[in-house]
Design a protein around this ligand. Structure first.
Ligand code: NAP
Length: 288
């Protein structure tokens, strides 16, 4: 690790809890590789202390920070500017200091899009299915709309929450149309999609034998379908193992994790970021 001097600039991640965050591992690996004078640390901050903490960050000259659960939405009123995409998602995960004050954006969208953006598909003819309607699903919706998808299906387990999720995009600038389905309706729509995305935590370590979609149902996906699991621990998840066995294209959540962090570091440092170093640091840390 490089030496911390009186000139070292402070970056970090705020959340509660934050001790399991992988961001310090990959961000400091990249910072050391670039030889830039920054250090990235975890800041456990309770919701009741958020306003005080952000004011304090400004007074001690913190250069920027990532935001994780439960502050991704509640930070918004504390910022002087929020990018249009972060506004559309309704969540901020990256903040930096400007002359006007704190500015926030959402790099989960860039992270999500990174592994699929270069695939040659006619996105306007693909109706992706998103499993889950939580925070990550919001960034995925905006990402898919940016990609050119015109129609998106969202599958949720709670009718009220699902309805609120679908309603929340009405009268916004979202260019895609959303339709909501309950889980027992998945079998009716699965044959229509070439892109199935899991944004639930089903299958996440330690529940590594769980899968949001049973194998028999996966066989009904078109042969050229892609299965994208945002869960990155284990790697691959049961869902992706099953999909791979059926010859489907699989995309894991690790690249999204790295890419959202890389875009944040690029914003703070204004330097090209070593993606491979960040990925390797996580693979080493997670014994992948
Ligand atoms: P969240 O806001 O808590 O949303 C989780 C969603 O999953 C909710 O819609 C929840 O349904 C649903 N869900 C959870 N357990 C379920 C079950 N047993 N059956 C059906 N639905 C279930 O969490 P999040 O922030 O969106 O994160 C979701 C997952 O994505 C996590 O595993 C996280 O690690 C991963 N993620 C990965 C990245 C990455 O960079 N790769 C980025 C963000 C998130 P209810 O609303 O009904 O509770």
């Amino acid at each position: 690790m490089s030496i911390i001097t009186g000139k070292t600039k402070l970056l970090g991640i705020i959340g509660d809890p934050v001790k399991h965050s992988l961001s310090p591992v990959m961000q400091n690996a990249a910072i050391n590789h670039l030889g830039i004078d920054y250090v990235y640390v975890p800041f456990p901050i309770k919701t009741k202390d958020l306003t005080t903490a952000i004011r304090g960050f400004a007074s001690i000259g913190v250069a920027g920070f990532n935001v994780t659960i439960p502050h991704k939405q509640t930070i918004i009123p504390l910022l002087s500017e929020v990018t249009p995409t972060a506004k559309l998602v309704g969540a901020v995960n990256t903040v930096w200091y400007t002359e006007m004050g704190w500015k926030g954006t959402n790099t989960d969208i860039n992270g999500f899009l990174s592994p699929i953006r270069s695939l040659k598909r006619d996105w306007s003819n693909i109706t992706p299915i998103i499993l889950g309607n939580g925070g990550a699903a919001r960034a995925v919706v905006v990402g898919l709309a940016q990609l050119g998808c015109l129609q998106i299906y969202v599958v949720g387990r709670d009718q009220q929450k699902l309805w609120r999720f679908i309603q929340s995009w009405r009268n916004t600038k979202l260019t895609a149309t959303l339709s909501g389905y309950l889980w027992d309706e998945l079998s009716k729509i699965i044959e229509e999609t070439e892109l199935l995305i899991n944004t639930t935590s089903i299958g996440m370590s330690p529940n590594i034998d769980d899968s949001p979609v049973e194998s028999a149902l996966l066989t009904r996906l078109p042969k050229n379908a892609m299965v994208y699991d945002l869960v990155y621990m284990p790697n691959p998840t049961k869902l992706l193992k099953n999909a791979q066995q059926q010859g489907l294209i699989i995309i894991d959540g690790l690249e999204m994790l790295v890419q959202q962090g890389a875009v944040s570091l690029q914003l703070w440092s204004q330097k090209p970021v070593p993606i491979d170093i960040m990925t390797q640091s996580l693979q080493d840390h997670l014994n992948l």
